[in-house]
Design a protein around this ligand. Structure first.
Ligand code: ZN
Length: 152
């Protein structure tokens, strides 16, 4: 395995959620800091700020932004409930997976190939679907509304 930070080949791997595999504590810290900066950057943006047409990578970024913002504003009660019932969902990347599925289920099939995440794959999935063509922003927002993720 290759460390995503220092690029070394290593047998001893650690996972940094939202980033990937690293070789050491030092690299884990660098990767976590990088992830936290990215989360902050996304959280500072307006949710409605998105390209007019979204490719897979744009959609991934937008849905992660949605998850980060949503997790930022859940109330203490909701947070406690999640901690008890599904603590993984407090991680933006994990929460984003669920949101992504909900949006894709409400997006016309012509736009994407099927989402299939099973078992452990769900934790590490980098997206086993893809948008077949750039999807107009309005279609994504419409699907997110149908999924009751957003109300605007
Ligand atoms: Zn490393």
């Amino acid at each position: 395995m290759k460390c995503i930070i220092c690029d070394c080949e290593t047998e001893k791997i650690r996972i940094v959620f939202g980033q990937g595999l690293v070789c050491s504590d030092a690299c884990a810290q660098t990767a976590s800091a990088r992830r936290d900066r990215y989360y902050e950057e996304l959280n500072a943006e307006d949710l409605a700020e998105m390209p007019d047409k979204l490719e897979t990578r744009d959609f991934e970024r937008w849905i992660l932004k949605y998850a980060i913002k949503r997790l930022h504003c859940i109330c203490d009660e909701e947070r406690k409930q999640l901690e008890n019932e599904a603590p993984m969902l407090l991680m933006p990347e994990q929460f984003a997976l669920i949101c992504k599925e909900q949006v894709l289920q409400n997006l016309h099939r012509a736009y994407h190939s099927e989402v299939k995440h099973y078992g452990v794959d769900r934790l590490f999935s980098g997206g086993t679907y893809c948008l077949r063509q750039p999807v107009p922003k309005a279609k994504i927002l419409e699907a997110a509304q149908k999924a009751e993720l957003i109300t605007f």
